[in-house]
Write a protein that binds this ligand. Sequence first.
Ligand code: PRP
Ligand code: URA
Length: 350
Amino acid sequence: MEIVIGADHAGYEYKNKLKQYLDSKGYKVTDVGASSSDPSDYPDFAQKVVQELALADDKRGILVCGSGIGMAIVANRSRGVRAARCVRMQDVQSARRHNNINCLCLGERENTFEEAREMVDLFLKTEFDEGRHRKRVDKIDQPGIQVIKHPLVQTKLTQLRDKNTTKKEFRELIGELTGLMFYEATRSCPTDTQVVETPLTEAHGREMLQRILLVPILRAGLGMVDPILKLVPTAKVGHIGLYRDEDSLEPVEYYLKVPENLDNCIVLLLDPMLATGGSAAKAISLLKQKGFTDDLRFLCLVAAPEGVETVKEAHPDVSIYAASVDEKLNEDGYILPGLGDAGDRLFGTV
Ligand code: PRP
Ligand code: URA
């Protein structure tokens, strides 16, 4: 098991001593800082540790600050991280057995070093109980829906809805909205260091680690591809052809082409509209059948509550990003207030 450890100035001493202790026990330990007891900011180190945790399931994180509280708050903002601030052995015991924590947060002001060391030992040796706790822990990481409320997104969405918006404007707005939504949907993507030469010196920057696969649902999803390719030209593109049967509203599949053997990538399914959810749920099932099961994200612009429920129920592991969850569907399966038929408005088929 690999351990990633970090601390701010207030946890600096324990962090160093714990690293020494873990090294002596033969663990592979990565120390992300701080590198001195000068004043520093705990989020910087918590974020470095959780970035490392996102890269492998078998890594464990240890964070130390004055109280352990700030570290836990920051660490728990990252999907897949379960961090607990522990001050007693019982805390560690139940946090491992019941909550399967992968990050232990300690307070240098709260415990003696001996106590902290014993808690670390317990953290590393205690197994998760599984059983009834598995279902509960799995629910923590179910991503659900994120509605992007940024004022720019909301302004452009309002313009998109307007029936007087021209086809040219409609296409442009879909593009702009997609770029903004993509920015949010990739916020949590892991990055790695990348060193480049500036005209003056060396710069240590970051680059996204995983490849991106875009999969538009034809037709309307096509309008969302180019804006993302402009930002990430190396992304690959698959296509899923589905249309809704007018009477049953069930999705009918007519095309499927996705790259083969593309592992460890983020898959972004694209469709501006999530109405009954039939098309999105079907498209996700098709992607899963093709082996894309690791990191699936669905990017839409306007969703109906009914569609959100359908997708969440069928695919609780998939994150949904939307600019709005509207009121409801009408009797024809159109979203209210919605924006009408997205495919028709994009391609001028009305
Ligand atoms: C629209 C939209 C979605 C689907 C959403 O496509 O672009 O793919 O409806 O509805 P659902 O959530 O009820 O399945 P449509 O079926 O009209 O096909 P088109 O893009 O070819 O016009
Ligand atoms: N498809 C659309 O394009 N719009 C809706 O409101 C519902 C499905």
